[in-house]
Ligand binder design. Structure first.
Ligand code: GTP
Ligand code: MG
Length: 195
């Protein structure tokens, strides 16, 4: 996939505001602060397209980015963010769940996991959930620049053992900092959109 155009379309509080063209969509899910927005910026080569922050909880609505005028990237709010109220958490949870369950043109979910750590309870729940609903998933193990290359395989193994992804689920080691994994991920997403 060669991204030549990327534009922010809408921050949607709910389904009423979701785009209606029916273009295929790829959603990005993961713990708050794991690097979803940074990943979108790296893929699109646009530094400030998706707002990033060192403070978790930056992305609070579903943000839609139109790619090459024919595909949407959807930046989902991060899960597992401790500093919001129970009510807000369950509202986010429902919003994400409804989107993932009901969106007809959702072709893939990119689930981000911090390569440095074993998956959290929320990571595991999200992954089992994606498997259960048979939503095609790509696992992105990101922030790879934060550990030495020699440790990637060992960390990837621990994450696999905990999440138990389907054999057909691609696993990509990624870094927004070094752009490691960018081409590989774009290739995988391209195939998923076309299949
Ligand atoms: P929410 O919107 O709160 O859910 O967070 P997010 O998942 O969108 O994370 P975001 O992209 O805002 O990144 C969070 C922090 O991690 C920022 O300080 C980023 O600069 C940093 N970060 C993201 N990706 C990487 C990476 O690959 N390497 C390093 N070193 N830092 C990263
Ligand atoms: Mg974000």
């Amino acid at each position: 996939m060669n991204i030549t155009a990327a534009e922010f379309i809408i921050s949607a509080p709910g389904p009423k505001q979701y785009p209606v063209e029916g273009y295929p969509e790829i959603a990005f899910a993961g713990r708050s602060n794991v690097g979803k927005s940074s990943l979108i910026n790296t893929l699109t080569n646009r530094k400030g397209l998706a707002k990033t922050s060192s403070r978790p909880g930056k992305t609070q609505l579903l943000n839609f980015y139109l790619i090459n005028k024919s595909l949407y990237f959807v930046d989902l709010p991060g899960y597992g963010f401790a500093r919001v109220s129970k009510e807000t958490k369950s509202y986010w949870g429902k919003m994400i769940e409804n989107y993932l369950k009901n969106r007809e043109k959702l072709v893939a979910v990119v689930q981000l996991i911090d390569i440095r750590h074993a998956p959290s309870r929320d990571d595991i729940t999200m992954h089992q959930w994606l498997k259960h609903y048979r939503i095609p998933t790509v696992l992105v193990l990101n922030k790879a620049d934060k550990i030495t290359r020699g440790k990637w395989a060992q960390h990837a193994k621990i994450i696999r053992q905990s999440l138990m992804p389907d054999p057909e689920t691609p696993v990509v080691v990624f870094s927004a900092e070094t752009r490691q994994g960018r081409e590989e991920l774009l290739g995988i997403l391209d195939k998923m959109v076309k299949s």
